[in-house]
Design a binder for this molecule. Structure first.
Ligand SMILES: [Zn+2]
Length: 278
């Protein structure tokens, strides 16, 4: 599933290609993809794309003040941009046709079909974005904000980092990378962190995400990719490989149905939650 770094790169690649283009038509091939109803796409027709933004794991295509297309690629979805004349495959779920003769297509080749899109007049009040937490690469996300988010919570760090209502955009893979960088175990509980560890976690969040954006961009160039580029990661998906810091084999646990990888040595022993007092 694409996470913040993947989506930032997609946004960066797509923006110079289609921002400024007007939509001449929209084709919806899987009506349930559009959560605002199939007819809602008419809002986009003859409008010019002003900007492509991102909020959490959503891409936000803004066609002026009253028309915004939100896209969540979920597990298997990806975006394709190319000539209109290129015959769409049966996996094409949504097709935006631009004035310059290019198409932006949302492709989802395998079921269950989970990708979703919304056409909304105001993204700020739109259902999927309303409950999202802070953007971890924004100036708003200070160490103080992290301290505030963690205060009073008793939950494993992996679950804390992937909770979209607290911090938006971090998923399974980058939570593992952040925790490796912070030298913290994914099963450490939030309320056991010292001030030093909190500080390390805050730095690791920004560093890991920025590093990933650079690494992905360096690998894909200007080519839109149809699967996540993850070869450069330190721990996620690296079960059994030697840790690049200490050589210990990377461990894997299934944590709340998600594959979680970590270095047992660099990230310390698994710390059980302390006994309740009183
Ligand atoms: Zn290690």
């Amino acid at each position: 599933m694409p996470e913040l770094p993947d989506l930032e790169v997609v946004r960066d690649i797509l923006s110079p290609r289609i921002v400024g283009q007007a939509v001449r038509g929209v084709e919806v091939n899987r009506p349930d993809l559009l959560r605002t109803g199939e007819g809602s796409v008419s809002l986009l027709v003859r409008k010019e794309l002003h900007a492509i933004g991102r909020r959490g794991k959503y891409l936000l295509f803004s066609f002026g003040p009253e028309a915004h297309l939100l896209v969540h690629l979920m597990r298997w979805g990806w975006l394709w941009h190319g000539p209109h004349g290129y015959t769409p495959t049966t996996a094409t779920q949504l097709r935006l046709m631009f004035d310059d003769g290019s198409d932006l297509r949302l492709i989802e080749a395998r079921s269950p079909y989970l990708a979703a899109a919304w056409v909304v007049p105001d993204p700020k009040t739109a259902e999927p974005l309303r409950g999202l937490g802070v953007e971890p690469l924004s100036a708003e996300f200070t160490p103080e904000v992290l301290r505030h988010l963690i205060a009073g919570k008793r939950r494993p760090l992996k679950r804390f980092l992937t909770d979209q209502s607290l911090i938006a955009g971090i998923g399974n893979a980058y939570a593992d990378e952040i925790l490796f960088r912070a030298r913290l175990s994914p099963v450490r509980y939030t309320h056991t962190l010292t001030e030093d560890e909190l500080d390390r976690l805050w730095h690791a969040i920004g560093e890991a995400l920025r590093w990933a954006i650079r690494e992905i961009r360096a690998r894909v160039g200007d080519v839109l990719f149809d699967r996540e580029v993850r070869d450069f990661l330190f721990v996620h998906g690296k079960k059994g490989d030697p840790c690049r810091e200490c050589g210990t084999p990377i461990a894997e646990i299934l944590f709340e149905d998600a594959r979680t990888n970590y270095c047992p040595r660099c990230q310390g022993p698994r710390v059980a939650p302390p006994l309740r007092r009183g």
